[in-house]
Design a protein around this ligand. Sequence first.
Ligand code: GUN
Length: 285
Amino acid sequence: MTATIISGKEVAEKILTNDLRKKVENLQSKNITPTLVVILVGDLGASASYVRQKEKFASKAGINSEVRKFNDQISEEEILKEIEKINNDKNIHGVIVQLPLPDHISITKVLNSIHPSKDVDGFTPTNVGKLFLGEETLVSCTPKGIMQMLASINLDLKGKNVTVIGRSNIVGKPVSILCQQQHATVTMCHSRTRDIPSKLSDADVIIVAVGKPKFVTGDQVPSGCIVIDVGIHSIDGKLCGDVDFDSVSQKASAITPVPGGVGPMTVCSLIENTIIAAERLSYSE
Ligand code: GUN
């Protein structure tokens, strides 16, 4: 079997053209331009590159984005003050703090200080709690993008078996909740799981977010499964994911590539969330 490639780049472009630009035009007709602030601390190359992608997509959607850069000596207190300023600024609709942060800064404290209505990463306890309860909220970007990719191939998750590898707060946990809300049966695997391949054998969908290059191989997955690869690694100057694409794509019916898969969808969801935040803040005025 040769797998269909689910191009996140193409799905994101479609959402941009069919949905986001129209919403932005509608807001602009009311003199509102959705505005995103990205807080970037330190000079990690990967973070800077992700932030550039976010700025580029924001500009394509017609929204404002501003990157506020700080050196890695900045104190926690100064970041908290910056976020407070942003929380109180009516012209800013969304804010994210690019992770990771230097060790002397508490990620929990920083994320908890963001006002939930501007938390376009969907990382605050309020928004995570609402997601857990199935209430309307700003859904974190990578899980949201994964669900949009599954929708793009018209997959009905009802009664399907989904195996998620990785239990992070950013991807594994929230995507498992979203799949359950669509009536899938979800199996969670993580670093202490015994015999991961046995948990893949009856999976209809496999979502891999473990942060280990080529962790899942073709011999471990059932024929016809759908594979979502969240990882990105640079090995000998070449990018690869958490999935061994060459062997898994021989067995899967559909698979996301790296690069060009989940990454562009995460960025698209961030911009979509900023637009949603702007819409909601404009209704509440
Ligand atoms: N670092 C890696 N992924 C993410 C993300 O989705 N949001 C933020 N803020 N930082 C990240």
